[in-house]
Design a protein around this ligand. Structure first.
Ligand SMILES: *Cc1c(COP(=O)(O)O)cnc(C)c1O
Length: 371
């Protein structure tokens, strides 16, 4: 059994995907082929946002957003303490300071209350200027943008929605990647919408930012790539990846629907024995992960062992709070509190979740967890 089964997905959709790849090979337009612009248009339509700018990966997408806003020296960027490293890594890359914020105990997303407390702390204890909050749609569920928006407006911050895991999620009928002033996603193979290598995208309604993003993506280009008006990156999505994504987008909604059925089966049969995911009433998750929680780390270790004996893979997302990562050692602030994240890191466990799990396998996983 696979944690996320990309082979089964390929076997089922092999004909369309092979044809799409072959078309790129025949034309040999590996960079900047027509599929890239077509994909950008389809993704923008899907999300309901004016501009989509495809790029090389989800980490670059975040960095491109910060570059577009000229975030740098002296700026504070607020990042949830419980997320993948990238969400914070890009902040020092542009010369700014990452300030970590504790999460909500039920959704694992950034806590608006902690955000305000942390901003106040930074205003009182440092000379940093609060500029941006990175709101991560963790495990597929959108962050609480209604509450975050209130704090962002009050302190004049931009919201950068990191929807690397959230693509395909919704709040009511509004799609993930439409909630931030700029939003980003990743097409890393194991993400909800994955390609066959690295890929990412940036979304915004703002025309001026979209133009800057297109420039930063290709060496800070002006009229063309040999007219360079600013320092940028080399961060394009290649044509093969765009061709694969165009095919996968066609059955993406069905996959999200299937993941929601599997999640419902897990939740129904596990809610009496472990803490199952809390999805807010108005929200839909794209189920990048199905993450359960135990009472303590000993119980978690026992579960991992029992699953392993039955050849069921599981993974701990995430073992370490961001503020305890060695790489962020020089960005520690005294007096900030991360009790929720620290406690969740000890007890969480993600179990297999993808659209190609059959219900027999789901049952097998549930029975082993019940042990
Ligand atoms: C995967 C991920 C990223 C980075 O995406 P890459 O395409 O791997 O660079 C950023 N943020 C979060 C929350 C992620 O899960």
């Amino acid at each position: 059994m696979e944690f996320r089964d990309l082979k089964r997905q390929y076997q089922i959709h092999r004909n369309e995907i092979d044809t799409a790849i072959q078309a790129v090979l025949n034309r040999a337009d590996f960079i900047g082929g027509g599929q890239v612009a077509e994909l950008e248009q389809k993704l923008a339509e899907y999300v309901g946002i004016k501009h989509c700018i495809a790029c090389a990966n989800g980490t670059d997408a975040l960095q491109l957003a910060l570059m577009t806003w000229k975030v740098g020296k002296g700026d504070a960027v607020f990042v949830p303490d419980f997320t993948f490293f990238s969400s914070g890594e890009v902040v020092p890359l542009v010369g700014a300071v990452p300030v970590f914020v504790d999460i909500e105990e039920d959704t694992y997303n950034i806590s608006a209350e902690s955000l305000e407390r942390t901003i106040q702390h930074i205003l009182q204890e440092s000379d940093l200027k609060p500029r941006v909050v990175v709101a991560v749609d963790l495990f597929g569920q959108p962050a609480d943008f209604e509450q975050i928006r209130k704090i962002a407006n009050k302190y004049n911050l931009y919201i950068l929605e990191d929807a690397a895991q959230g693509f395909g999620g919704r709040i009511a009928e509004k799609k993930a990647c439409s909630f931030g002033n700029i939003a980003t996603t990743s097409f890393f193979p194991a993400k909800p919408l994955g390609c066959y290598g690295d890929g990412g995208a940036v979304f915004t309604d703002n025309d001026e930012w979209a133009e800057l993003l297109r420039s930063y993506r290709v060496h800070g280009k002006g009229k063309d790539k040999y007219d360079n008006v600013r320092i940028g990156l080399n961060s394009r999505l290649d044509t093969l990846q765009a061709a694969v994504l165009l095919e996968k987008l066609k059955f993406f909604d069905e996959e999200v629907e299937k993941c929601n059925q599997i999640a419902a089966a897990y939740t129904e049969q596990l809610h009496n024995i472990v803490k199952v995911p809390t999805i807010r009433p108005e929200m839909t998750s794209s189920w990048a992960q199905y993450t359960i929680r135990f009472r303590n780390s000993e119980e978690r270790e026992r579960a991992i062992r029992i699953l392993k004996e039955s050849f069921i893979p599981s993974a701990v997302y995430y073992k370490k709070p961001m503020h305890l990562q060695e790489a962020f050692k020089s960005y520690q602030f005294k007096g900030l509190d991360y009790t929720v994240t620290e406690s969740i890191c000890e007890r969480c466990l993600s179990v297999p979740m993808h659209a190609y799990l059959d219900m027999g396998e789901v049952q097998h996983i549930i029975e082993n967890l019940q042990k």
